[in-house]
Design a protein around this ligand. Structure first.
Ligand SMILES: [Zn+2]
Length: 149
């Protein structure tokens, strides 16, 4: 009989029971990098949109759109504040349907009324409101993509 009377262990079963960490355990996985990628997209996409859609004033456009990341302040109301497995859309108050519709209105209405403000002191305000709306829509779109992938 195999192993009878002594503590000889099958080498294959010994290695499966080994609980030591290997270098593979310490390498970041796709799931570990996902929050970092999400954050990088929140920076890169507004910059890209600013460069492509507002070439004459891309720095200002990028600044306003990046500033809309403050919308994530509503995460402070949740416990835990950050949960990588949680979908922000529909969970956090400023990431729900009614505010998202408002962000769409903010993006579009200044384009309509903006023609009438050319040359007036309201022009800059209308521009900022439009960019805030666009920045928030980009933010919501990126958060929504993060929910489905
Ligand atoms: Zn968000």
């Amino acid at each position: 009989m195999r192993g009878e009377g002594c503590n000889i262990q099958d080498p294959a079963s010994a290695s499966t029971n080994d609980q030591r960490l290997t270098t593979n355990d310490l390498r970041p996985t796709t799931n570990d990098l996902r929050p970092l990628l999400h954050l990088l997209l929140h920076l890169a996409i507004p910059l890209l949109v600013a460069r492509l859609c507002y070439p004459g004033r891309w720095r200002f456009a990028a600044f306003v759109m990046l500033a809309t990341m403050i919308v994530d302040a509503d995460h402070l109301l949740a416990r835990p504040i950050y949960d990588p497995a949680r979908c922000s859309i529909g969970f956090h108050p400023l990431h729900t349907t009614a505010p998202i519709i408002f962000y769409g209105i903010l993006a579009v209405v200044p384009l309509i009324v903006g023609q009438r403000t050319v040359g007036t002191r309201h022009r800059r305000t209308v521009d900022v409101l439009h960019l805030v709306g666009v920045g928030l829509l980009i933010h919501m779109a990126l958060d929504a993509i993060d929910c489905v992938i």
